[in-house]
Design a protein around this ligand. Sequence first.
Ligand code: NDP
Length: 433
Amino acid sequence: KRRNPGEDEFHQAVREVLDSVAPALRKHPEYAEAKIIERICEPERQIIFRVPWEDDRGEVHINRGFRVEFNSALGPYKGGLRFHPSVYLGIIKFLGFEQLFKNALTGMPIGGGKGGSDFDPKGRSEREIMRFCQSFMTELYRHIGEYTDVPAGDIGVGGREIGYLFGQYKRITNRYESGVLTGKGLSYGGAQVRREATGYGAVFFAEEMLRADGDSFDGKRVVVSGSGNVAIYAIEKVHQLGGTVVACSDSSGYVHDDKGINLEVLKEVKEVRRARIHEYVDALPHASFVPGGRLWDVPCQVAIPSATQNELTAADARTLIAGGCTIVVEGANMPTTPDAVRAFADARVRFAPGKAANAGGVAASALEMQQNASRDSWTFAHSEERLREIMRTIHARCYATADEYGMPGNYVAGANIEGFRLVAEAMLAHGLI
Ligand code: NDP
């Protein structure tokens, strides 16, 4: 804490991993000898830069840009960019730290990194978004590349922003380097299923958890928080697998629709019009909008928090448990507070941490890099099958590791130990660097 003052979310993420990996350290004294813990907690490189831009009225704004290149033991740094006013170094470091274990769990050759800005895209025009992205890339370009660091999207950064960032990178470097960014549009090197991958992947992971108990999504009531990229495609996949999502949200409140969230309307409101979620109810008056409410009050059997960090508290956990929830799968990064995780464990609710359950997004990004490198493009069906296989493998690895360490069904321990072990082995092999 003295070394990294004020970085609360980073401390929280580190503590969560360190709490789990003690048994692995006992089994592998060579990790402690090589100071793997101390090295893994220190990013390899942190870049902080000024992003000046002009709004439509000619007023000048200055934002702060970040890229934290956390660990390259397994491959080039890989991880998204987040544009949100809450962004500061502590958030980017927590996300980068989580990312390196998540990427290891995918079994793909990618290291961990994360970046972003405290820029708030809400209410900004297309041109303002474009100018901001261009200014951001005018500094970022010198630090990234298909063999060094490959950013993607996250909160506030979707296909539109990746397009502007890619355009500016190409213009400055005079290189058509497809593999420098992932999450690209299908018209210029993007991959099928990348947009859907995080949400679909989280639901595939949940399906494996249900299957381990001899159960399925059929007939299940599900609540998904958020209504962004992860949430929308999680909802889509739950419905395809026979479950019903009855509530979703944004930062203004939540929508409750007992008939099941109508995806066509949700996509129109959120993806096309980029509007607030209450407009869902304007189109479908049988549903209700609860301004500022906690959507965890809606009873469900499966909960998929998919908005942001620390959005599900211990009080929410107790409400969910009382409402009959037996499975919680993190679509977002660290959406569940440590107290809430403990409450779920005490009530024997099955709980999957984001670094395992939402790894589908980065896995599909690695598949996009693979297709770019071989100048190939796969079909939707083939890409989805690869994603499903990867999620099954991640589930099996976490499950087996938890068993191996005498904590059957503990996905937190399984994911942390397995991710840590994979990174630690590669770091040992590379010597003291
Ligand atoms: P989006 O920007 O597409 O959507 C974010 C959603 O969460 C919006 O509905 C937003 O509501 C809500 N939200 C964001 N911040 C807050 C907040 N402070 N309070 C309440 N609601 C909030 O982002 P993504 O769907 O891409 O990301 C969601 C989560 O998933 C993040 O934790 C991200 O790190 C994680 N993730 C994303 C991956 C991806 O591939 N996109 C991959 C792996 C993890 P509003 O519009 O009102 O702000």
